[in-house]
Design a protein around this ligand. Sequence first.
Ligand code: FMN
Ligand code: SF4
Length: 393
Amino acid sequence: MQKIFYPQLRIRNKSCLPIVQGGMGVGVSASRLAGNVARLGAVGAISSVDLRRHHPDLMEKTVRSRDKDLINQINNVALDREIKRAKELSQGNGMVAVNIMRAVSEYAGYVRQSCESGADAVVVGAGLPLDLPELTAEFPDVALIPILSDARGIALVLKKWMRKNRLPDAIVIENPQFAAGHLGAAKLEEVNAPHFAFEIVLEATLELLKEMGIESEKIPLIAAGGVNHPDQVRKLFSLGASAVQLGTAFAVTEEGDAHVNFKNVLAQAVPEQIVTFMSVAGLPARAVRTPFLDKYLKKEAKLQEVAKPRKCTVGFDCLHQCGLRDGIAKAGQFCIDQQLAFALEGDVKRGLFFRGSEKLPFGSEIRPVRDLVEYLLEGVRLSIGQQEETQTA
Ligand SMILES: Cc1cc2nc3c(=O)[nH]c(=O)nc-3n(C[C@H](O)[C@H](O)[C@H](O)COP(=O)(O)O)c2cc1C
Ligand code: SF4
């Protein structure tokens, strides 16, 4: 058989396949998906947000509660269970990371719980994680991975972290033109800006690392957003990326933790149905225009006109700053926690279904994670936890 040469992704003292499964909330990437991806030798990520929804016993304790502290405490129990289950599933292979949004109010608590429960890495997006080094100071073995979209954001994080004697263990570069969920552009009009192109950001970042005198540290750069073909993976490696991160394509795998209706909505969406809009978190987002989103977008302008501060819909105050609760007119005016939870359960009418803009590698098919990883690595055959047919370049 032809041997295919791929660089191994080295993060702290671990060596993995150069494929990263992006964290996906609410509950779309939990232990089953992350654990199975890691078992193949790649990087799996659990999304930390509201994981109690995968645990009926925990849900029962909080479903009618408006006690924020109780909900947070219960969510940490769920996060602990999910990390331990994913680690068990991984059989010691690959990495199990936890994705935490900077914009959630319990960000620091989730970071701490992830470290205490044995996550190999914390991956932080939706905001600048300037304080991550001090939050994790007691856990030096946990890899720290920010998600950023341009060289300016990367420079900011690097400068701040270097003053604390810490460097990122890898950096995810997510292109808002293609990615799913919350996007790393300040405004809707900027989502497709040419300066987010991988060619430009990778080149500028490599230059920046040189200028800052940290080129020799070989911080892996992970390209995310719209990756769907092995040729693209090879091209990104040639531009200086050390790995690729995919979200949508992993969400629709057999092992994806969401309901099968969720997977079908994503997999069967046609390009005209995929839209960008302002999320309650105050960031642009990309999703499928399903009945909820269609209805919402038709009345968005009116809702924004009458926006005013109110109580959190579910008493959980999931976001640090929420357009609906805080009455921020330019942000979204819906409860993202509720809509994402409906999607997770497969409620096609009421759910909010985040999705990237590009075609999926297997069209509308739902296939195992192994097929996806093998496809991206150009037909490399993987046996669980063994990478004998991939070689270190
Ligand atoms: C359903 C869904 C939920 C997502 N939720 C999160 C999230 O909670 N935090 C995050 O950093 N990224 C999130 N993402 C983004 C992915 O982690 C990934 O970076 C992105 O989807 C890559 O683009 P792609 O979908 O074109 O592969 C989500 C993506 C999807 C499809
Ligand atoms: S209203 Fe919904 S989206 Fe806003 S903070 Fe409360 S739970 Fe989160």
